[in-house]
Write a protein that binds this ligand. Structure first.
Ligand code: FAD
Length: 433
C-alpha cells in the first residue's frame, strides 16, 4: 500500500490532524479497534478555553502549578493562546457546547482550576467533539479510515521514516509507504490492570520509538485519576467519575462517612490523600457523595454518570458511591518540538502518544483534548509546509523482512516490556537523584 500521509490512531488528535492536511493529499488513517473506541470518545468533563485575555495569567499559572512547574512554558503559551481558534474550528464542525440562556458559551470548573473556563457538552464532551470530527472526516474524499488495523512498526532508514508495517483486519502483515507518518496511538492505560483507558491503548507508538532510539520525554509521568467507580471485576475498564462532579460540590468521605480532604486539590495530591485514607480505613475505596449538588444540576450535567452508576446498582441521588484511584493519563511520550515533529525525519507524534511538555509532571484537568487538537493542527500545517522536501525510500518496501511480526503475542509482550521497563528505569533514577 502507498499513501501520502499515514496516521495511526483515530482519536481526536488523528482526526483533527487529518482535517488540517492539504485536501489534495491522500490520507490513510488506520485504527486498532473500531473508530468509536478511542479515549477521545470517553472524555467526560470538558475542554479548556481562554475566555478572554484577562484569564491568561491565571490559566497559565494553574497549568504550571498542576505540572509542578516542569511544563514547557512555550507549549503552555501556544496551547492557551490557540484555544479560541480551536473552539472556533470545532463550532464550525457543528460541535454543540453547552450554552447560557443568552446563547453565550457556558463554562464549568474542575480541580486545580481557579476559574470557570471549561467548555462541556453534558458529561460526554469528548464524544460530542470526536463524533463531529469523524463526521467531517467522512465527508472528505481524500481521507480513508480503516478499522481493526494496527501499526506494528515503522519503516525507516538513517533516521528517516518512510511508512509503517501494519497488521490488517484479516491478519495480514504488510507495509504502507508514506511521505509522512503520524503516531496518534493515544495513551498506555492498556498496560495497567486498573485504568480508565480503552484496553487496546498499549503505548505502541512509544514502544516503536524505544525500539528505534527515537527521543522520548517524561515517560514515567503517569497520571492516576483520583475518582473512578470501584468495581470488584479486576479486568473491567475503570469508569471515571469526572472531576467536575467534585467541581460542582461532590464531597469525599472516609469509612465513617466523614469528610477528610479538600476535593479540589490537584489530581496527584488528591490521589495520595485518598490512598492514605484507604490505608487508614483498611478499605479498597473511599466514598463520594453528591448530596450537596442540586438534583436538577446532577441530572442535567452528569446524566451519563447517573446512568452508569444506576446500572452498577448505585442511586447517586440517595447514596454514596465507592471510588478508587486508577491509571488515567500519560503526560510523557515521544518527544516532539512545537510542530509535533519527533527526532526522526518525516515522523510526527500527536495527542497522548506525544510529549511536547505542556503538562509537565501532572496534567491539569481538561487540558488534554485541547492540547491534542492544538498540536495535531500544528503537525498538519508543518507537514503541508515541508511537503516539497520529502525524501523517497530508495528500496522497495516489499523487501522489508516481516517475519518478526508474525507472532502477535510475542511482539505485544516485547512492546509492553519496552514501555514498562523504561518507566521503571526512570522512576528508579528519580528515587536515586
Ligand atoms: C475516561 C476518560 C475521561 C477523560 N476526560 C477528559 C476530559 O474531560 N477532558 C480532557 O481534556 N481530556 C480527558 N481525557 C483525556 C483525553 O480523552 C485523551 O487524552 C485524548 O482524547 C487523547 O486523544 P488521542 O487522539 O491522543 O488518543 P485516543 O483518543 O485514545 O485515540 C488513540 C487511537 O489510537 C488507536 N491505536 C492505538 N494503538 C494503535 C496502533 N498500534 N495502530 C493503530 N491504531 C492504534 C486507538 O485504537 C485509538 O483510535 C479523558 C480520558 C479518559 C480515559
Amino acid at each position: 500500500m502507498k499513501t501520502d500521509i499515514l496516521i495511526a490512531g483515530s482519536g481526536c488528535a488523528g482526526l483533527y490532524c487529518a482535517l488540517h492536511l492539504p485536501k489534495d493529499k491522500e490520507i490513510l488513517i488506520i485504527t486498532k479497534d473500531i473508530i468509536e473506541h478511542s479515549d477521545s470518545f470517553l472524555a467526560q468533563g470538558g475542554m479548556c478555553m481562554l475566555k478572554d485575555e484577562s484569564d491568561y495569567e491565571s490559566y497559565y499559572e494553574d497549568t504550571m502549578h498542576a505540572g509542578h512547574y516542569e511544563n514547557n512554558p512555550e507549549s503552555v503559551e501556544i496551547m492557551i493562546h490557540s484555544s479560541p481558534d480551536t473552539v472556533k474550528d470545532l463550532l464550525g464542525y457543528g460541535v454543540d457546547f453547552h450554552r447560557e440562556e443568552d446563547g453565550s458559551l457556558s463554562f464549568t470548573r474542575e480541580g486545580g482550576h481557579s476559574a470557570k473556563r471549561i467548555l462541556f457538552h453534558e458529561d460526554i464532551t469528548g464524544k460530542e467533539i470526536t463524533s463531529k470530527l469523524l463526521e467531517e472526516a467522512r465527508k472528505r474524499p481524500n481521507i480513508k479510515i480503516i478499522e481493526h488495523t494496527t501499526l506494528l512498526d515503522i519503516l525507516c532508514k538513517e533516521n528517516v521514516c518512510y511508512g509503517a508495517v501494519i497488521r490488517t483486519a484479516e491478519g495480514e502483515i504488510t507495509t504502507v509507504t508514506a511521505s509522512y507518518t503520524v503516531l496518534a496511538c493515544g495513551g498506555i492505560g492498556g498496560l495497567y490492570r486498573h485504568s480508565t483507558n480503552y484496553r487496546q491503548l498499549t503505548g505502541d507508538g512509544v514502544a516503536v520509538a524505544i525500539e528505534h532510539g527515537i527521543e522520548l520525554e517524561h515517560v514515567n509521568y503517569v497520571q492516576i485519576h483520583p475518582t473512578t467507580l470501584y468495581s470488584e471485576k479486576k479486568e473491567e475498564r475503570s469508569f471515571l467519575i469526572s472531576e467536575s462532579v467534585r467541581g460542582e460540590g461532590a464531597v469525599l468521605y472516609n469509612a465513617k462517612k466523614e469528610r477528610f480532604v479538600n476535593e479540589l486539590l490537584p489530581r496527584d495530591v488528591l490521589t495520595e490523600k485518598i490512598h492514605e485514607q484507604m490505608e487508614k480505613d483498611h478499605m479498597p475505596y473511599v466514598w463520594l457523595s453528591m448530596e450537596h449538588i442540586p438534583r436538577e444540576e446532577i441530572e442535567q450535567h452528569f446524566p451519563n454518570i447517573v446512568e452508569h452508576c444506576r446500572e452498577k446498582g448505585y442511586d447517586v441521588f440517595t447514596e454514596c458511591i465507592p471510588v478508587v484511584p486508577a491509571q488515567h493519563y500519560f503526560m510523557g511520550g515521544i518527544k516532539v518540538n512545537m510542530q509535533s515533529k519527533t527526532s526522526m525525519d518525516q515522523l510526527y507524534a500527536i495527542g497522548e502518544t506525544a510529549c511536547n511538555g505542556v503538562h509537565g509532571r501532572n496534567r491539569l484537568a481538561s487540558n488534554s483534548l485541547l492540547e491534542s487538537l492544538v498540536f495535531a493542527k500544528r503537525a498538519a500545517l508543518d507537514m503541508a509546509e515541508h511537503f516539497p522536501e520529502v525524501k523517497e525510500m530508495d528500496e522497495p518496501a516489499e523487501q522489508a523482512d516481516l517475519s518478526r511480526y508474525q507472532n502477535a503475542e510475542a511482539l505485544a509482550e516485547t512492546y509492553k516490556n519496552d514501555v514498562l521497563n523504561e518507566i521503571e528505569r526512570l522512576n528508579k533514577l528519580c528515587t536515586i537523584q
